[in-house]
Write a protein that binds this ligand. Sequence first.
Ligand SMILES: Nc1ncnc2c1ncn2[C@@H]1O[C@H](COP(=O)(O)OP(=O)(O)OP(=O)(O)O)[C@@H](O)[C@H]1O
Ligand SMILES: [Mg+2]
Length: 539
Amino acid sequence: MTPRRGLSLITKLTLATCALLVAAMAPFGYLNIRTVQKLLYEETVAAAERINETIVKTTHSFMLLDDRETVYRMIKDAGRQEDVEHIRLITKGGVIAFSTDPTEVDTYVDKTAAACDMCHGGGQPLKQASTMDRSRRFTDAGGREVLGFTQAIYNQESCWSAPCHFHAPDQHILGVLDTVVSLDRMHDQTRQYTQRLATLTAAMLLAIAASLTLLVERLVHRPIKEILGHTRRVGDLDLASRVPVRSADEIGVLATSFNEMTERLQTAKEQLEEWTRTLETRVDERTRELKQMQRQLIRSEKLASLGEIVAGIAHELNNPLTGILVLSSLLADSDQLDPTRREDVETIVRESQRCARIVGGLLDFAKASSPQKVKIDLHAIMDSSLALIGGQSIFHDVDIVKRYADGLPRVLADPNQIEQVFINILINAGQAMAGGGTLSIETEFGPEGVAVRIRDTGCGIPEDHLPKIFDPFFSTKESHGTGLGLSVSYGIIENHGGSIEVSSRVASGTVFTIRLPAAGEGPGQRRPEQTLPNPAPVW
Ligand SMILES: Nc1ncnc2c1ncn2[C@@H]1O[C@H](COP(=O)(O)OP(=O)(O)OP(=O)(O)O)[C@@H](O)[C@H]1O
Ligand SMILES: [Mg+2]
């Protein structure tokens, strides 16, 4: 099941880092803005104080001359400065003696008003106050925030000793200079600073996010994507694919271990395929063996039951047939035989002989169940068989090639019966090579015992005949074949615990392979693994 696709790792990391940065930077930004605001406010207060100081100092000499017009003009000029809202001169009695706002001249100021409250708020008026204590922040009638700065004008010796003698010497404070300046510039600067800070912060966050995305993409996302692609390919059984290992960090280690895992999987898969192939071959071999055994079993049963019947019939036929043959032979040799009947009598003799051959074959077939086993040398038996039949006309144009294995072990067998088998097969081979050919006899010794291979280059056996050739009375030789040669041979070899196999190809030739168990170790005999096996049959 494919998991639901959520936010990518890069997005999550970037968002989390940005959120952390914003959370960490927010209090600093706030404190920063507050500090800037405070500094700007203090600067505005200092500016207001400077205005007041300047007015007090520059107007002092004109005050001593009681030149009020000049004093008021100077205050008015100072009030024209940028950011100055208005400046007023308040007498000790609370009367506004002069103001840049003409409407409030000669009006009284309430002692509880913000401008007075700073010094008069605590009951007894303050004689001295700090710069910050003398400033106040308030909202004017127009709704704008402004800063008021109050400066006391102290009575000095020059004041009460001046010719005008306007002030008494015991009077401590002569009046108050109150300047109100606008805080708009401070607010503008604070806003600008805040905007700049916010822009810078956003740009920094963007830069950090972009760098982080690039780094994570390069160092984490891309390698992980490659590993992911690799896992998909492995899932599709493409076990030859490998992840490129680009670093020695955790991702590199992961890629390496993935490659190792894939390699092991590939080896395991190859082993599994090899085992499957071997298993299939073994199953095929076993199936072939089983089929062969089944065929042998059926044939053995058939031969066993047939053998009993055949033994009885052959025995019963043999006596009358001998009588017919003897008497017909005597008749054929008699001088008193009517010459016109001679040919008929000779036919009786010939056919009787043929019947005798068949009965002889039948008796052989029946007798095959009781071999007289002794240790025999198969090479010697083969040589005597060849000597017996080699003179026959069918072998005149046949080359006989012998490839005997060295040190072939002896077998426990009935020499006469084995010779009979060899003769049957050799005669069949000779008959199959009517126009000449090559008869090869090879022997070998392997784990399955001793094998004798008789190969001819004759007419071959058609495929549909192959399952029948060991059946009694199956023959393609119309006049002279009984069809008992191979069935007798099969029975003999089976009684010896061996096997007989055939492979053939029409017009190419036939190979009969007789296998017999070795009689055991003896002088001059080799162990199976010491023998070099001869090449397998061609067909
Ligand atoms: N080497 C061979 N090449 C071709 N066909 C063969 C060969 N050996 C056997 N056959 C076939 O198998 C049949 C059966 O052989 P088998 O030896 O049992 O009987 P036969 O040779 O016909 O008669 P008999 O052996 O009694 O003279 C033969 O008729 C022949 O068709
Ligand atoms: Mg034969």
